[in-house]
Design a protein. Structure first.
Length: 328
């Protein structure tokens, strides 16, 4: 990449610590590194740095040599802070290694800052989560809440995005987090292409509650897949719990219980999320008026869709379209 193109791309800098988790570091490089625009132009440059560059230990049987020091953070547009082994032990409020604290002080004002898994303890200790909604791995949510009561901890989501400060749940939720940032920066088409190339879902519904008790469905257990498949094919139709239960050949009560177990959310919340995703894609890809999109996505009226957009995304459909298509 020549110098001119390198300056024009979004710069992502990952701040790692001794005892880093290689998978979390790999997620950042893989997802942001494969996001491309027209003519396969890279949309991001990805750099790894450490408070003290050199050979770093990992939670595996190999080390990682980090060439860049904290000065790399000074030109970051987005900063990622993954977890490290030290996060797994008992935490203390405000505990932050001095080299890490000094490194974070180099982050430019206005840069987006995000954590993966228990990297959230670093952001909290640095005061970056105060007054914000955040999450972390479900095993650590209670500890994070106890140590930092000024942070609004949500244990039942895969990631949070609050005013340019983002957090994710467990290791794999880092994938959801990075795809969300790519989608926010460049739209659903780019994020979906990255997800397809990486062979991961472009968007997972529900929260991490679905993974706490029973990660794998019982052999021979019933599934809500038939109801979900039917709903996806009829998003523009008025759908009730009874309709979905009929497709799953079960009762409404059983469907609701299975839905929460499999997706981490209720049937109607899942349905609303699917309708919102369809509406977002149509706003990004078509010139159809809002009222027509609202009807096709199952919101009924443009007014209902506008209200839903404001509640979930904090913007109007028109403003959303303008962001991703440059229209007014």
């Amino acid at each position: 990449m020549d110098a001119a193109n390198e300056e024009s791309v979004h710069r992502v800098v990952t701040l790692v610590r001794p005892g880093l988790l290689p998978m979390e570091l790999g997620i950042v490089h893989r997802l942001f590194g494969t996001a491309v625009g027209d003519h396969d132009r890279p949309l991001y440059s990805v750099v790894t740095c450490a408070p003290e560059p050199g050979e770093l230990t990992t939670d595996a049987d190999f080390t990682v040599n980090v060439a860049h020091g904290p000065e790399a953070l000074e030109s970051a547009d987005t900063v990622l802070v993954p977890a490290a082994i030290e996060d797994y032990g008992p935490q203390e409020r405000g505990r932050l290694a001095e080299p890490v604290r000094r490194a974070l002080e180099r982050v430019p004002a206005g840069a987006r800052v995000a954590s993966i898994c228990t990297g959230s303890f670093v952001l909290a200790a640095a005061g970056l989560l105060a007054g914000r909604r955040a999450t972390t791995h479900w095993k650590s949510c209670d500890e994070l809440r106890t140590l930092y009561p000024e942070v609004d901890i949500d244990p039942d989501v895969l990631y949070t995005d609050d005013g340019g400060v983002l957090t994710s749940a467990g290791v794999a939720a880092g994938i959801d987090l990075c795809l969300h940032m790519i989608r926010s920066d460049y739209g659903a088409d780019v994020a979906n292409t990255v997800a397809r190339r990486t062979v991961v879902p472009p968007h997972r519904e529900g929260g991490q509650a679905q993974y706490i008790e029973q990660p794998v469905p019982e052999p021979g257990g019933s599934s809500t897949s038939a109801a979900r498949d039917y709903a996806l094919g009829h998003l523009g139709d008025p759908l009730s719990l009874e309709d979905l239960a009929r497709e799953a050949s079960t009762s409404v009560r059983t469907l609701s219980r299975r839905f929460i177990h499999e997706t981490g959310t209720t049937p109607m919340r899942w349905l609303a999320g699917q309708r919102l995703q369809l509406a977002r894609q149509m706003l990004e890809r078509t010139d159809e008026p809002v009222d027509r999109i609202a009807a096709r996505a199952g919101f009924g009226t443009g007014t209902a869709m506008r209200q839903h957009f404001r509640e979930v995304l904090g913007v109007s459909p028109r403003a959303y379209r303008s962001t991703f298509r440059g229209t007014q």
